[in-house]
Design a protein around this ligand. Structure first.
Ligand code: ARG
Length: 561
């Protein structure tokens, strides 16, 4: 609640400039005089009145009610007193009525948002680098859904390209089916790395690889079969990780899906006079501040950009989106600028509905990520390690916890997700296990722990069947919690608007911290029943928001920890 706005809007005196008053009004220094105070000196001189006269006029004209209890003039100031109890009561009632749904809205009704996220590459490791766009995109997907949008989650699989010719060559030479069955992508990555090593001394391998890729392109049975096996093996592994991260998609239409859709798009570009021959290649010139967009290479091969162009048209035709988001690292800034520019030049009005939700790089404290050398940090290993560490901490805290393994999974995986979602997405970051798993830090475990504490409080206190006395939540500490609860719907709107799930993550930490201060300052269980009833309402509302908020980020909320 913006009290200043509320107070200013209750002023009825002629000639008082609302914006000027808004800028002047402030919390009272002396609470015995009131909660907010408006100094009238500047306003009075603008109106050619004395401050005392204007203050008296304003005070007598204020519309009381609606959380404003009184307004009194005193020496050129207007002192306002608020009915915070009524405000607290209304905020809590409003939140509890909706439960975990609190913050949901219908603002997106009738609008469609496509979100392209994760978009992993077949036969490539699901490494830490793919973690951020996966959890970021999935969080946006849930936030937009909560705001009533029709949301389409798209995994634009990297399942096309000359590298698959290399991989088949490597497989034919050194592939071991048992090993691939057992170790999946790791086995494929090993032979792929070996291909690069051996090709340095034997360039003929590159020719073989080209020939294999040609066979995939031509739909040759053997080539396609081998490739499909790679795809199956990769997807089995990737799905396992998606399950742990609670990530889902509505479409897995990847790059190969657009093989038969590019000719039409190229003719469209040609028809609009955009396609230019350049040394046998086909390009679209984009003006002086960007290199041209290459759509067909001189050997006739299409590119990543060609597939994305076809995908953009396909998505518009299929989903008629109001917005199409691409959650991809900032390394691809130029690619998306080019893509959007091509659409603009093609005269597609919806080019302005496309957004590249760029994000930074995640590295591990232990050392940077390296894909080339084959020494890659697999996300699954990071999750396993975080879960093991979480298990140790939890067992240390309470040795007799039921289902400690399941709880450790939620805490460990949650810590990893929250750890990378906590900062503004554009920042590069270093992931640290100890920081992410600090139960007292700005972390998932801290929020989860606060949630579990709310659950056990509610359980211990049971239902209190008396009319709540809202003076029980009139303290400063309770007021801070109430203010945050009231702000939550706006936090979700801003997170969607700025594509920043970190707003939600930070909010959950703020709410947990404010709750901890309230809990420390106000006794709950031994309070007088009506006071206790009001305080338990606050506990319940906090619990619901923490649980719902964690879910939005893809994080579980155990009831015991
Ligand atoms: N597979 C790509 C990569 O790993 C990301 C694809 C992003 N989506 C897109 N439509 N280009 O770099």
């Amino acid at each position: 609640m913006d009290y200043k706005r509320l107070l200013v809007s209750a002023i009825t005196t002629d000639g008082v400039d609302g914006e000027a008053a808004y800028a002047l009004i402030m919390p009272s220094k002396d609470s015995s005089r009131g909660d907010y105070s408006l100094p009238c000196f500047k306003l009075a001189s603008a109106l050619g009145k004395s401050p005392a006269v204007l203050a008296a006029e304003i005070a007598s004209g204020v519309t009381l009610g609606g959380y404003i209890a009184s307004a009194a003039a005193e020496g050129g100031f207007v002192n306002f007193r608020l009915d915070k109890t009524a405000y607290a009561r209304d905020v809590l009632r409003g939140a509890l009525e909706r439960g975990e749904d609190y913050g949901a809205s219908d603002i997106g009704e009738g609008k469609t948002v496509c979100i392209d996220y994760s978009s992993v590459n077949i036969a490539k490791p699901f490494h830490m680098g793919h973690l951020l766009n996966t959890v970021l995109g999935a969080a946006l997907y849930r936030i937009y859904t909560k705001l009533g949008y029709n949301t389409v989650g798209i995994n634009h699989l990297g399942d096309w390209g000359t590298q698959f010719g290399k991989l088949i060559t490597a497989y034919k030479l050194w592939g071991d089916d048992d090993d691939i069955d057992r170790r999946g992508v790791r086995a494929l990555v090993d032979i792929y790395v070996r291909f690069h090593k051996e090709a340095e001394s034997d360039p003929s391998l590159e020719d073989t690889a080209r020939a294999w890729f040609k066979r995939i392109e031509d739909g040759d049975k053997e080539a396609v079969e081998i490739f499909d096996r790679f795809k199956k093996s990769t997807m089995a592994e990737v799905s396992r990780i998606y399950d742990r991260l609670h990530v889902t998609f509505d479409s897995y239409a990847g790059e190969s899906f657009y093989n038969d859709k590019m000719d039409a798009v190229l003719s469209k570009m040609d028809g609009k006079g955009l396609l230019e021959e350049d040394d046998g290649a086909k390009i679209v010139r984009l003006g002086d501040d960007m290199p041209p967009c290459l759509l067909v290479r001189s050997d006739g091969a299409t590119l990543y950009a060609t597939r994305d162009l076809a995908a953009a048209y396909y998505r518009k035709a299929t989903y008629d989106f109001d917005k199409c988001l691409y959650v991809v690292a900032y390394q691809q800034n130029l690619h998306f600028r080019q893509l959007f520019k091509v659409l603009e030049l093609a005269g597609e009005p919806w080019h302005k509905d496309m957004y590249h939700v760029a994000h930074g790089m995640v590295s591990l404290e232990e050392g940077s990520l390296s894909t080339r050398s084959g020494n890659v940090v697999y996300l699954e290993d990071v999750l396993d390690k975080a879960v093991d560490k979480a298990y140790e901490i939890i067992s240390d805290k309470s040795s007799d916890l039921d289902g400690a393994r399941e709880i450790a999974e939620q805490v460990g995986v949650g810590a990893v997700i929250f750890g990378v979602l906590y900062n503004n997405r554009i920042k590069d970051m270093t992931f640290s296990y100890s920081r992410a798993l600090n139960f007292d830090g700005e972390t998932a475990p801290y929020v989860q722990y606060t949630h579990a504490r709310c659950c056990s409080l509610l359980e211990k206190c049971g239902a209190v069947d008396v009319e709540p006395d809202y003076k029980g939540i009139a303290s400063e500490e309770a007021g801070e919690v109430i203010k945050l609860i009231d702000a939550y719907p706006q936090v979700l709107l801003s997170a969607a608007e700025k594509y920043e799930p970190c707003f939600v993550a930070r909010f959950l930490v703020d709410l947990s911290q404010a709750f901890s201060r309230f809990y420390l300052a106000c006794n709950i269980n031994n309070a007088e029943p009506r006071v206790k009833a009001a305080r338990l309402m606050l506990v319940k509302a906090v619990k619901d928001i923490l649980c719902g908020g964690l879910k939005l980020l893809g994080i579980g909320a155990p009831t015991k920890m």
